[in-house]
Design a protein around this ligand. Structure first.
Ligand code: AP5
Ligand code: MG
Ligand code: ZN
Length: 217
């Protein structure tokens, strides 16, 4: 099964992707995580992406399309994959269709997590991420047993640089302008499932399971 998970910053893509990838046995491909790793490692791509990410702007399409083409060509994606945070523009969606068509593949389902603005801001500004394993927490909605320490691996929790209220505003504007039009793109293709992402984490997971096992909207 080839799946996309979509939604505004803070909608819960990463949180739910971990569940889907585990249960359905497919790799979780987060372009945001891939870029953050490249920035930390100081690769050429990381140096290029850093400024865009810190400002909350999208990284150029040709860079992103290259990353995804390379990743989807790897063996572990043959039995399906879950893309988180890509595509984010209509040209990226068209490029993705082209990449998949080359190997006779297509997108089977698009999970869209719908969450209103106020809640998104609260989620993003309260998020904490494990430096070692990448697990995601929230100071109010999903706190670790011990503040600042990962429940899963004992790693240190940190706040993403782009999670300041100021940068989140730019990220949300980018989403409205460039990414939201993709919902119509996938709805027309009959693969979109809109899910109420404001519910508690476990309930959202249950709704996603239902969408992936049954027909789209
Ligand atoms: P990326 O890392 O993808 O960031 P994003 O899209 O802004 O999304 P987030 O990761 O912030 O949110 P999420 O939906 O994963 O939410 P999460 O599960 O963590 O991209 C970062 C940057 O990289 C971009 O700005 C851009 O510069 C660049 N980039 C990446 N891909 C690109 C592309 N394709 N093209 C161009 N540029 C690209 O949850 C958020 C918080 O809420 C957590 O604290 C969590 O614990 C909590 N939470 C989650 N679900 C619930 C719930 N149901 N109830 C209560 N709390 C919840
Ligand atoms: Mg994420
Ligand atoms: Zn951890």
């Amino acid at each position: 099964m080839n799946v996309l998970i979509m939604g505004a910053p803070g909608a819960g893509k990463g949180t739910q992707a971990a569940m889907i990838a585990g249960e359905f046995g497919i790799p979780h491909i987060s372009t945001g995580d891939a870029l953050r790793l490249a920035v930390d490692q100081g690769t050429a791509m990381g140096q290029l992406a850093k400024g865009y990410m810190e400002r909350g702007e999208l990284v150029p399409d040709d860079v992103m399309n290259g990353i995804v083409r390379e990743r989807l060509g790897q063996d572990d994606c043959r039995g399906g994959f879950l893309l988180d945070g890509f595509p984010r523009t209509v040209p990226q969606a068209e490029a993705l269709d082209g990449i998949l068509a080359e190997s006779g593949r297509k997108i089977d389902r698009v999970v869209y997590l719908d969450v209103d603005r106020e809640l998104l801001l609260e989620r993003v500004t309260g998020r904490r991420v494990c430096r070692s394993c990448g697990a995601t927490y929230h100071v109010r909605f999903h706190p670790p047993a011990k503040p600042g320490v990962c429940d899963k691996c004992g790693g240190e929790l940190y706040q993403r640089k782009d999670d300041s209220a100021e940068t989140v505003r730019t990220r949300l504007e980018e989403y409205d302008k460039k990414t939201a039009p993709l919902l119509a793109y996938y709805r027309e293709r009959g693969v979109l499932c809109r899910i109420d992402g404001a519910k508690p984490i476990a309930e959202v997971s249950e709704d996603i399971r239902r969408c992936l096992r049954g027909p789209a909207e």
